[in-house]
Design a protein around this ligand. Sequence first.
Ligand code: WTA
Length: 663
Amino acid sequence: MTDGDPDVELEARLAEQERFEPPESFVEQANVSDAGIYDEFEENWPECWEGAADLLDWDEDYDTVLDDSNPPFYEWFTGGSLNASTNCLDRHLDERGDEVAIEWVGEPVEEDNRSYTYEELHREVNEFAAGLRDLGVEEDEVVTMYMPMVPELAIAMLACARIGAPHSVVFAGFSADALATRMNAADSEYLVTCDGYYRRGDPLPHKEKADEGLAGVDHDVQTVVVDRLGDVSDHEMGENQYDYADLVAENEGADVEPVQRDAEDMLFLMYTSGTTGEPKGVKHTTGGYLSWVSWTSQAVLDIKPEDTYFCSADIGWITGHSYIVYGPLALGTTTMMYEGTPDYPDKDRLWDIIEEYEADQLYTAPTAIRAFMKWGSSYPEKHDLSSLRLLGTVGEPINPRAWKWYYKHIGGEECPIVDTWWQTETGGMMVTTLPGVKDMKPGSAGPALPGLDVQIVDTKGETVEPGRAGYLTVQKPWPGMLRTLYNNDERYIEEYWAEYSDTDSDDTDDWVYFPEDGAKIDEDGYITVLGRVDDVINVSGHRLGTMEIESAIVGVEGVAEAAVVGGNHDVKGEAVYAYVILEDGYEESDEMRQRVVDGVDDAIGPIARPEQVVFTPELPKTRSGKIMRRLLEDIANGDELGNTSTLRNPDVVKDIATKVSGD
Ligand code: WTA
């Protein structure tokens, strides 16, 4: 019954609506509003990407847009050289030196928010770049950062970019072990970290964790420590450990000549989870990556220099690299960084920030939107969100109900939503609507961006009919793509190309990139992403490898075997379910369960913590000994169990299911 209640009527109308036109007010001012861009890019490929490169300042012009002589080792804008920090800082100084580059909102403990103008950011980046040089950092040496959302993280990244030292940022929520693994894999001899940070009002120590990680690094490391907590922490400095503030002070007023980097020189490494236990070091380059994130920031996020742009991601993940730091700063806008969580001091933290800073865009994750929905619309209603012009989501599929809630309660039905599909490996956005051009369909990310050839194929690589589920593939290279896995060209081919390519061919047409996602496409070319088809699970938009979690659990004393799967979760999207077999002599107990959880915390971090640990005498296995993960997923989801007749031990399934459901 609607009974004329406008709110209820609106809900009812929204619930049925499957297609939304971009608001006229948005289209009128959009950076891209000409639908001809799709044909134009297709006809003019790969030269269409010159426009993206033109968004940057080059020291040396490139001679070739794409060198595809040795697929899949593509090179973009070859012969060109540039510096990423010059593009994000120096070139804005004349016109925008006094404008804010980074607006940092700290946890509201001491009201210590900080604004850095382009001038100020440029100065501190130069000073810290000089400090890194003092420590001995040279071009091409990897500097690791293990820091939460403090401004010095962005500063350290840009300082590295200035001196041509690739950075490798490790998410602060990862464990000490995870830090050590990544530093060893990258042979990284430098670390920038901090004493601690605030979360939900409490100071959290961080340096202890960094020190513990350093103990597991197999070579000498020089460490820089940022003081975030001031008097609250009394951390000890060890040998080869330096205070960030001292390094910067010693280099006051330093002017560090930016190192000219070849377009194909590495800008950074980012470790991410894959099918096997070892994290993969995804390598991104200077020219192609920076062009890609700048172009997508402009075309999709509609960023303009005068905007205040807010992405609520963490810089420890690719979203923060591309769409808090590099893309927005390359375009000379004001980018926001916030420390803390969306529910502290109250569940309106984000809305409070948006109102106070009059943010123009909000880019967040579906898991956050589901939480906001659960908390209720009264929180955003307390705030004036009319400054918002565009909304975005990333990290996992968004269901239509959450999409519509976001559209109505945050965007006031006046902001287009861009649902952006991409990955660490793609560098930036790949599949999404251009907000000033295309209609939106809730639940579907949209068509591939112009200039990209995305196809949904079957197991043989044949394009499937619209409406049928298949595998997402990218059939042509693009500037923002990863170039390889660090020190492992073979694994690069194996992980991303082998499935659908003729690996003996040197013809680009025979090479197909496979991101390991399932998807379907509709008659209009809109793509709905169905989720990973490998052993990666997506918990609150964080990408975790089940093998990594399993090996953490098997490392716990008393555990014989473990299988980890993702089960559906209302807010997190997926949650970790761990099925554990104990060794003889060990009994199921709360203490044992806690040890399993601690094992995961230690090896990876609390983000990978199992939702449920189920002890079982056996795991369902096929006659050939393979664990039937699909059945374990069905159990986690409380679904009807599929066919168990091919199992060697069908009875075990019922026993496990009973345990999980608690019946
Ligand atoms: C998933 C995050 C559906 C997908 C930028 C992909 C999505 C993985 C979307 C990459 C989306 C990301 N709709 N699924 N809009 N965006 N994904 O490397 O499974 O942390 O492969 O990069 O997230 O995760 P990653």
